[in-house]
Ligand binder design. Structure first.
Ligand SMILES: [Zn+2]
Length: 557
């Protein structure tokens, strides 16, 4: 990787900066510039290839994407560059805070790739193999193969307990198929972490995500404490409804009585469908009209985006910043339903974050502060499709209609958030234990946690790797907490805005036409990009550190 180490000092650069920067700072800045010139084009090409792949479903674009990904990994595994980055990072003569921050970020990006190349390759191969098994395996009901969609449909709608049990069991059959590879993958990841001086992979991953030791434990412990009672109440209510529906005692309820394989979503017992309010809406226009009313023009994003369903196209949704220079797009499959309005609000939340990041920051800092801060913004706006005030403002509903929606929707939202918060406890604590001791009795541990946090009883005598059926453990290791932190911060944003506008009740806060709210996000959340570490950004945006009390105030009544 000689070209990365090359030092070039353009004369113009020296003339304009030598007054402000010390000699070592000029050297450091030149190094960052040369690294940028190598990374930037590959970054852009990779994003474009992925965009084309998901837009068309064509294998040649997926292949192109993996080639660029590999190239990127090769760059970030350079030992020579890592050594330079490390020495710049530790050099106290570098005073410029932006420059110092660049090296913190680069250090973390390079660290994960500094292991033995054979080991890194084995990890990639193994996780690809497990993913492939996940994608191709079909569980069976009475000898007949069923898709996950079919399983989910049965769990959502069927009143036939025996069929439900079979469907649930079918959804867990993949566990036995992947468990050996998955455990091997966990051991290899631990080996990687140990080679870098960390006790296990879990600790390494939290380190590169810039969490201090113990910080997440404290947050999750607090959240466990405050959600315990309200969750128990809502869970008892759900159980009494389900027991009546299936004609069993509450103690007889088992995992297959709930409406999804992990009980991570709320059962549809109170929901009224909001779809009828959106059935005549042009979703793109509705959502872009909303953002515009806050002073944020999303039209250029929408023009570059891929909005509607097509054969071969990726069926889900995501947002991408192709070049960190303004080419920001969303991939969605809009339909006039509440779910797609929520998804469009969510993805455009990610998009506007990217749009307003200070363009004068170095390439490596033109990125959201943390994956959970951009998730928080997306969640803040994504929640609006179910917000009675927002519905009233956007669709001109009557006061009476709004009240009708409010009574049902508030309960649903509370239930959804509490159920997710308890499920996130299971994921958080399980993964931590998994990397600490992959040889423990994990089947047992999983159900101990599910019973404790989700209050779902295990099937008596069952000893299967049900934990291995959650694909995140393979594909997005030690990441799940970020979804929970996103929810916490979304609530903290809400109460910060209310406080600054002098509003006491959530229902009195205006969303549509609220220019102040738009400015709040642009200046206090988006603009700094990755210039501040996440904890500083949270303080900058809300005046205090990440605080679960606002989530509690909003959802745990
Ligand atoms: Zn998101």
């Amino acid at each position: 990787m000689k070209w990365l180490g090359l030092l070039f000092v353009p004369i113009v650069f020296v003339l304009s900066f030598c007054g402000r920067y010390s000699e070592v700072e000029v050297e450091a800045k030149n190094y960052v510039d040369s690294l940028t010139s190598v990374v930037e084009p590959i970054y852009k090409a990779a994003n474009l290839a992925y965009w084309n792949a998901t837009a068309t479903g064509k294998q040649k674009y997926y292949d192109e994407y993996s080639r660029y990904e590999l190239e990127m990994k090769r760059i970030f595994s350079s030992r020579k560059d890592f050594a330079r980055i490390k020495s710049f990072k530790e050099d106290r003569r570098i005073k410029d805070p932006v420059l110092r921050r660049v090296f913190e970020v680069l250090y973390n990006d390079f660290l994960l790739n500094q292991a033995d190349t054979t080991l890194l390759r084995r990890i990639t191969e193994l996780s690809t193999r497990v993913e492939k098994k996940f994608n191709t395996f079909r569980g069976e009901i009475d000898g007949k193969k069923v898709s996950m969609n079919e399983v989910k449909r049965i769990l959502r709608t069927s009143n036939d307990t025996e069929l439900r049990r079979k469907a649930w069991v079918a959804s867990k059959q993949v566990g036995e198929v992947v468990v050996d590879d998955l455990l091997e993958l966990v051991r290899l990841r631990n080996e990687l972490a140990c080679s870098l001086g960390f006790p296990d992979y879990y600790t390494l991953k939290l380190y590169v995500q810039e969490f201090k030791p113990g910080e997440l434990d404290r947050l999750f412990d607090r959240l466990e404490e405050v959600t315990r009672e309200p969750f128990a109440r809502i869970k008892a209510e759900i159980d009494s409804i389900l027991a009546a529906r299936f004609g069993v005692e509450e103690e007889e309820l088992r995992p297959y009585h709930y409406s999804d394989p992990f009980f991570q979503e709320a059962p549809n017992i109170y929901t009224i469908s909001l779809d009828r309010y959106y059935k005549d809406a042009n979703v793109a226009e509705l959502v872009s009209g909303f953002y515009k009313s806050m002073g944020i023009d999303v039209q250029p994003i929408i023009e570059r985006s891929d909005l509607y369903e097509r054969e071969g196209k990726y069926p889900h949704a995501y947002c991408t910043n192709i070049d960190r220079k303004g080419d920001i797009r969303v991939m969605v499959n809009l339909k006039p339903t509440e779910q797609w309005v929520g998804t469009m609000l969510h993805e455009l939340g990610h998009a506007i974050y990217e749009v307003y990041i200070d363009p004068t920051l170095p390439f490596f800092l033109r990125d959201p502060a943390h994956s959970f801060t951009t998730e928080a913004v997306a969640m803040f706006f994504g929640r609006l499709s179910k917000n009675p005030e927002w519905l009233r403002e956007m669709l001109n509903l009557s006061e009476q209609e709004t009240e009708k929606i409010r009574s049902v929707v508030e309960k649903t939202l509370t239930m959804e958030q509490l159920i997710f918060a308890r499920w996130a406890q299971v994921m958080y604590r399980f993964e931590k234990a998994l990397y600490k001791d992959p040889d423990a009795d994990l089947n047992e541990l999983w159900w101990d946690l599910v019973e404790k946090y989700q209050k779902v009883r295990r099937i008596d005598g069952r000893d299967k790797p049900d934990w291995a059926t959650k694909i995140h453990i393979c594909s997005y290791p030690v990441y799940y907490h970020n979804y929970m932190l996103g929810e916490l911060l979304a609530s903290q944003f809400l109460f910060t805005i209310m406080k600054e506008e002098g509003v006491d009740k959530i229902k009195d806060l205006r969303f549509a036409g609220n220019i102040k709210m738009g400015k709040y996000f642009v200046n206090r959340v988006f603009r700094p990009g990755k210039k501040y570490r996440w904890d500083r950004l949270v303080e900058y945006a809300t005046g205090e550190s990440l605080n679960p009390e606002y989530f509690v105030k909003q959802f745990c009544r």
